[in-house]
Design a protein around this ligand. Structure first.
Ligand code: IPE
Ligand code: IPE
Ligand code: MG
Length: 256
């Protein structure tokens, strides 16, 4: 049950190995144009395509996108319905392009809540791209950090009840190993668009040491240049993981 989650980027040139993004601001993008808020979501899909291709080109290993939270079900029925339809269409439409680009697609979240049709579509795209070794694209849908930790606790409790695990052996590694993506590194860079500075129940455990980056740009406006800005900001950060600046070898930052 032990995962291989780790907190440091292996990538060269201080490029993050794993980027996580809260894609926020679609509704306001549409409203500012006098459109109904749900009109922003299809434009958000265009921004997703662009950032995915950017990550492929830069050879970033993992991109995790927050598309629909556990709490987003509380939105007006019509908006939720349109978002679900958009998922189904986007998965169908983008599957081949993702596959051609060597992208492995995974959906994280409680997928049982989705319609049969959407669940089937998800499985098809995951199976089609399962062997790809380029970018791993994780789309978090009906995902919540609290849900993730709760389902991990439940699976450890089941292992204890089955006599396969002793409570004393539960440690951070075993809990991490029961979370949604046990075999991938934790996010190095955590971006939120749309101006809010909160986590909104995204990767609560996995973002413990992520570098946070907030931008006022609304998600449909988050283009390649904006992504480059976030990457450049990340490259200038000093990650200490509890140590001192001297220990991690950046004396410049330590002096300030
Ligand atoms: C993010 O954009 C997309 C989803 C949550 C599905 P929003 O729809 O939250 O956009 P704003 O924050 O209302 O502008
Ligand atoms: C977070 O955005 C969820 C996604 C982007 C999918 P929200 O718009 O739902 O977050 P809050 O409600 O403003 O915190
Ligand atoms: Mg929002």
């Amino acid at each position: 049950m032990n995962g291989t989650q780790s907190d440091s980027s292996e990538a060269e040139g201080r490029l993050p190995g794993h980027v996580a993004i809260i894609m926020d601001g679609n509704g306001r993008w549409a409203q500012r144009r006098g459109l109904p808020r749900y009109a922003g979501h299809p434009v958000g899909v265009d921004a997703v395509r662009n950032i995915v291709e950017c990550c492929v080109q830069k050879k970033i290993q993992v991109l995790t996108l927050f598309a629909f939270s556990s709490e987003n079900w509380h939105r007006p029925k019509k908006e939720v319905g349109l978002i679900m339809d958009l998922f189904i269409r986007a998965l169908g439409k983008e599957a081949r392009r993702l596959h051609r680009n060597g992208v492995r697609l995974k959906i994280i979240g409680e997928r049982e809540a989705f319609s049969e049709k959407l669940q089937r579509r998800i499985l098809e795209v995951e199976e089609l791209t399962a062997e790809n070794r380029g970018l791993t694209l994780q789309v978090a849908a009906n995902y919540g950090g609290r849900w993730d930790i709760t389902q991990a606790a439940k699976s450890l409790a089941r292992a204890v009840a089955a006599g396969e695990l002793s409570p004393e052996d539960i440690d951070e590694a075993s809990l991490a190993g029961a979370l949604s993506f046990p075999d991938l590194p934790n996010p190095d860079l955590f971006i939120r668009t749309g101006g809010e500075q909160r986590l909104s129940n995204f990767l609560l455990w996995q973002a413990a040491y992520s570098e946070l980056y907030f931008t006022d740009l609304l998600w449909p406006d988050f283009d390649t240049a904006a992504f480059e800005d976030a990457l450049a900001d990340f490259a200038g950060r000093q990650r200490r993981f509890g140590r001192t600046g001297e220990q991690v070898g950046d004396h410049k930052a330590e002096a300030s």
